[in-house]
Design a protein around this ligand. Structure first.
Ligand SMILES: Nc1ncnc2c1ncn2[C@@H]1O[C@H](COP(=O)(O)OP(=O)(O)OP(=O)(O)O)[C@@H](O)[C@H]1O
Length: 274
């Protein structure tokens, strides 16, 4: 399922480490039902090199099952956001490297892809108008007018009450605005959520609110979530599997409870310092 392509070349990992990765593969494949159609994303040899010739991503290979929360962690500049942005073509990946439900994402209509693969950033940017206007925005672009009840349900899903409906962005805390941004994303009925450090600007209570919503979405809607986070504790709280990215390569794939077992020297160092 996941692989650290150049890991063997770089570090000659022990057999037991390879066995561990294989075991994790099997376990997660069983969760995904061993069915090709259970993969939400398949990433194949995803590579990015800057115009100046600097490698950013070095042949990433990763299969992401449906209905799973994947955490991506790694040092600053390791390429986490770049991988995330490839999944909804905010960065256009090379043809034949990213497949969504089996289709090369480069062949898909980009707006439709971004509706199906929603993204939340570190800082929420609400549009002008009320919270309700923000939530109605996406469906309206597709000619669908959400009813008051539908808007209310989306607010509730994002753990906000109806008193927020008529508020504007400048009346909200960052944590509340982030939940509105989440409700706005969910209004598009996405199949996947991409989260780029979605709680790094939030206080602990707002962070917990967002995490609770993400867990609820996985349980009730089978949402697939790919989350970049600098918080190892957060990853341990909500992710099913963790990918450690170092210098543009996946060097470890672990269960959150096994993060301390990481063997790659850079991964160990990063985990110790985090
Ligand atoms: N368009 C670009 N041109 C040149 N360099 C780029 C470009 N986009 C990203 N980079 C570089 O690629 C590297 C990876 O960036 P990326 O934002 O994916 O890392 P990251 O792991 O998400 O970092 P952080 O944790 O700091 O957000 C960085 O060194 C960044 O400066």
């Amino acid at each position: 399922m996941f692989s650290a392509p150049n890991h063997q070349v770089l570090d000659n990992p022990q057999d037991e480490e390879r066995e561990h990765l294989v075991a994790l593969d099997i376990e997660l494949a069983e969760e995904a039902g061993e069915d090709e159609h259970q993969w939400k994303f398949q990433i194949r040899d995803l590579t990015k090199i800057t115009n100046a010739g600097v490698p950013i991503l070095k042949g990433i290979k990763m299969d992401i099952p449906k209905g799973v929360v994947i955490g991506i962690i790694g040092p600053s500049g390791s390429g986490k956001s770049t991988v995330l942005r490839a999944l909804n073509r905010l960065w256009e990946p090379p043809t034949g490297t990213v497949f969504f439900d089996g289709d090369d994402i480069c062949d898909l209509d980009v707006l439709n892809l971004r509706r199906r693969v929603g993204m939340l950033f570190q800082l929420p940017a609400l549009f002008e108008g009320t919270v309700a206007d923000n939530i109605r925005y996406g469906p309206q672009l597709r000619g669908k007018k959400l009813t008051d009840i539908e808007v209310y349900q989306l607010l509730t899903l994002a753990d906000l009450d109806s008193s927020f409906l008529d508020k504007t962005g400048d009346e909200l805390s960052v944590g509340q605005a982030q939940r509105v941004a989440l409700a706005r994303t969910l209004a598009n009925e996405p199949e996947v959520l991409l989260l780029d450090e979605p709680t790094s600007a939030l206080d602990p209570i707002s962070t917990q609110n967002i995490e609770d919503v993400l867990v609820k979405l996985k349980k009730t809607r089978g949402m697939t979530t790919v989350m970049v986070s600098h918080s190892i504790k957060q990853i341990q709280r909500i992710a099913d599997v963790v990918c450690l990215l170092v210098s543009g390569e996946i060097v470890e794939v672990l269960k959150p409870s096994e993060l301390s077992d990481a063997k790659h020297p850079m991964a160990q160092r990063f985990l110790q310092l985090s």
